[in-house]
Write a protein that binds this ligand. Structure first.
Ligand code: GDP
Ligand code: ZN
Length: 458
């Protein structure tokens, strides 16, 4: 059990008119009460919001006008008493409030410590705690809803079910080994082990299959726009950015800054990323040749390949077709407002089963079709995170892969007719690995490391 009271500013530094100072722990209410003028917070009902002022207890100077939320254990995020002080006086006042609280015996929370307490007090499991962290970082609506689902405990529930199944198998086999009364017990146990391992293996596989979509949702689809000069690449980029919410982030790199622009196309986050200058590329093939450009383009998840409706196919276009063979690309034949000179049938033939979309970016025609094509390149129709359980966390994906491997070892043992108590070791290992996802078998150092990644005040 934790015994001290922690505090931190839980809103982003320097942003917004309201800032919140949060306290959690046994002294949260009494400490706040010492600085608060208004109702006696020790007397009021739980989960209430109270208007008043924060005063410096030594000088009695008014520091800020505040709303104080009081939430008593155990129905709180940390399962401890929580107080949230909503300050209105800007960052100076907030820092002053925090200072006073610290001087009254609360300790400054480490990054993620509130969430860590929620975990340690059994309020949430590890995958839910990580979802909180993802939520804080979520860049798009869909990524957000994946994180929310995970926080609901969907993934945990699934993992727990799988572990239960494995545990039952092990227990069953254990009993059979101990009481080999019947002749065919060995054969029956083998059969059960085989069936259950296959079933769990199948479900881990399903989780891993959608995991890639989860990753895409979280990190964005790395998108490159290619085409000859003047076909409309910049115009396409502008259209996508203007029609959709764009989020520009600056990621300081080692050698230079990489500019990433996120656009949200029907809930699909496109990351127009300018690494190695592949965001908009006109002379990539000229410069570095077909093979090398393929390698560069392979790093993107999606290629938007722009052609000119108003010009015949050129040698360069053909080279670009060659370059994108086998990659995920969409052909955009732009400038349909002008006279047709391109051989559209030929384009479709070259594109094979990849979509060919005609657009006029000037009169804004076909953009809708393009957005649909983008969405269905990665997801069947519009993406629906409704009843899927996505695994979007790298740590979870790695553990699932390990679990799958351990289970395959077990299955191989079964097929080779190895003794069940040997096979059982691999099954138990699978159970342990899956346990690390929900935090059941995770080591203390892993837990410390995970929570230290959180933002301060969460
Ligand atoms: P980039 O060199 O591939 O980036 O091409 P730009 O986007 O800079 O466009 C080249 C020229 O084509 C600009 O003058 C655009 O206004 C024009 N353009 C882009 N899209 C269209 C279109 O759909 N129809 C027409 N008529 N002109 C377009
Ligand atoms: Zn351009």
């Amino acid at each position: 059990m934790t015994t001290d009271t922690i505090t931190a500013i839980s809103t982003p530094i320097g942003e917004g008119a309201i800032a919140i100072v949060r306290l959690s722990g046994p002294e949260a209410i009494t400490i706040t009460n010492e600085l608060f003028t208004g109702k006696d917070l020790r007397e009021i009902a739980t989960h209430t919001i109270n208007y008043g002022r924060i005063v410096d207890p030594d000088t009695r100077d008014i520091v800020d006008e505040v709303m104080v939320s009081v939430m008593r254990a155990p129905k709180t995020f940390t399962r401890e008493d929580i107080v949230e002080i909503n300050c209105h006086g800007g960052m100076v006042a907030v820092n002053k409030v925090l200072d006073i609280i610290l001087s009254k015996g609360a300790r400054l929370a480490e990054p993620g410590e509130f969430t860590k307490r929620a975990f340690l007090n059994g309020r949430i499991d590890l995958s839910q705690a990580e979802a909180v962290m993802d939520l804080i970082r979520a860049k798009t609506d869909k990524a957000m809803s994946v994180a929310v689902k995970q926080m609901d405990g969907r993934l945990s529930k699934l993992i727990t079910e799988l572990r239960q199944e494995l545990l039952e198998t092990v227990a069953h086999v254990e009993v059979n080994i101990d009481y080999p009364e019947y002749d065919d017990v060995e054969e029956m146990s083998h059969e059960m082990m085989r069936t259950n391992s296959r079933e769990v293996h199948k479900r881990i596989n399903e989780l891993l299959e959608v995991a890639n979509q989860g990753k895409i949702l979280r990190e964005g689809i790395a998108t490159a726009i290619i085409g000859r000069p003047n076909v409309g690449k910049s115009s396409l980029m502008n259209t996508l950015v203007q029609e959709n919410k764009a989020i520009v982030t600056d990621v300081p790199g080692t050698t230079r800054d990489i500019i990433e622009e996120y656009v949200n196309v029907r809930g699909v986050p496109l990351r127009l990323v300018d690494t190695a200058g592949i965001r908009e590329t006109e002379d990539i093939v000229e410069k570095i040749g077909v093979e090398r450009s393929r390698q560069v383009l392979q790093e993107s998840d999606l290629i938007l390949f722009v052609l000119n409706f108003n010009e015949e196919l050129t040698e360069e276009d053909m080279k670009l077709f060659e370059t994108v063979q086998g990659l995920d690309y969409i052909v955009i034949v732009n400038k349909t407002d002008l006279e047709q000179k391109v051989d559209l049938e030929k384009v479709k033939e070259l594109a094979g089963d990849r979509p060919v979309i005609t657009t006029s970016l000037v009169v804004e025609e076909g953009v809708d079709k393009l957005e649909k094509a983008i969405a269905s390149t990665f997801f069947e129709g519009e993406i629906d995170t409704g009843d899927m359980t996505y695994v979007s966390n790298i740590r979870h994906i790695q553990l699932l892969k390990q679990a799958k491997q351990a289970l395959e070892d077990a299955m191989e043992g079964i097929e080779l007719g190895m003794p069940l108590d040997i096979v059982q070791i691999d099954v138990t290992r699978t159970w342990e690995i899956l346990g690390e996802i929900v935090g059941d078998t995770a080591s203390d150092s892993l837990i410390d490391q995970l929570f230290s990644q959180f933002c301060l005040g969460k």
